[in-house]
Design a protein around this ligand. Structure first.
Ligand code: NAD
Length: 243
């Protein structure tokens, strides 16, 4: 897979891994890069660096996904690569998590991918090409202590990508799932005030990667058309399922 001349869209592109992905994709000479984030100022900053389009949108709502796709396609034409990457660390915990908290994680980490696939897949199948990628996590492969909603929804994100890969790869559309280990971003620091969150972070600190390195592994993985893209060695996160 080559990205030259293509339209790449990244959600959660205002910060961390998403911002690094935008800059890494920019080196592949795409037709355009669309940077989506709920925080418009951060999306604008990234878009400015890659000469792209910034869109403010909340991916936890289907109507927003439909709107952002329409806006992006109006500017750069059909989306060739949709990188569904936005994520949230909270709520963490188990029994104390409310229905609302579960739903919030579910919408951002699972439904956002489903809504984007539903909107884009039919046209991609017609064209016989396209790339749908989501960012799950190492927490999609093994449990992250103290963070039940995050672990459950990231497992679901991987299972979703795997299901669609098996069902639709014969159409020419590609699917991949990025499973980073610990990465130095605001998301990880956001759980620092929680004892369990802090313990997980400190335990993994030696293995933390910079977003720029994660983005490099991710884009090389997509070029090689790998389904499961882990950014950490297998001895830290045991891989499973498709590779
Ligand atoms: P980050 O906080 O730096 O970036 C996440 C971005 O998503 C932010 O800019 C935020 O504003 C945006 N966002 C959040 N909710 C949104 C919404 N509803 N609509 C649109 N945008 C929204 O975090 P990051 O570490 O770069 O995370 C990127 C992805 O990587 C997430 O899916 C995260 O779960 C995953 N991940 C992160 C790590 C890590 O250690 N940092 C590890 C594994 C997986």
């Amino acid at each position: 897979m080559e990205f030259g001349g293509r339209h790449v869209l990244i959600t959660g592109g205002g910060s961390g891994i998403g911002a690094a992905l935008a800059e890494r994709f920019a080196k592949e000479c795409p037709r355009g890069i669309t940077v989506v984030d709920i925080d418009f100022a951060s999306a604008q900053e990234t878009a400015f660096r890659v000469d792209g389009l910034a869109i403010e949108a909340d991916v936890s709502r289907e109507s927003e996904i439909l709107r952002l796709i329409a806006e992006a396609e109006q500017r750069f034409g059909e989306i060739d690569v949709y990188f569904s990457n936005a994520g949230i660390p909270r709520p963490i915990g188990g029994l104390e998590v409310t229905d609302e908290g579960w739903q919030q994680q579910w919408n951002v980490h699972v439904m956002s991918h489903i809504w984007a696939m539903r909107a884009l897949l039919p046209a991609m199948i017609k064209r016989g090409e396209g790339y749908l990628v989501n960012t799950a996590s190492g927490a999609g492969l093994i449990m992250t202590p103290g963070a039940a909603p995050y672990t459950v929804t990231k497992h679901a994100a991987l299972a979703l990508a795997e299901s669609y890969a098996v069902m639709y790869s014969h159409t020419g559309v590609r699917f991949s799932c990025l499973c980073p280990g610990l990465v130095e971003t605001p998301l990880m620091l956001a759980v620092d005030d929680d004892p369990v969150g802090r313990a997980v972070r400190m335990g993994l600190d030696n293995h933390a990667m910079a977003p720029v390195d994660v983005a490099d592994v991710a884009v090389r993985g997509l070029i090689e058309e790998r389904f499961l893209i882990q950014t950490h060695p297998d001895d830290i996160i045991p891989a499973a399922r498709l590779r």
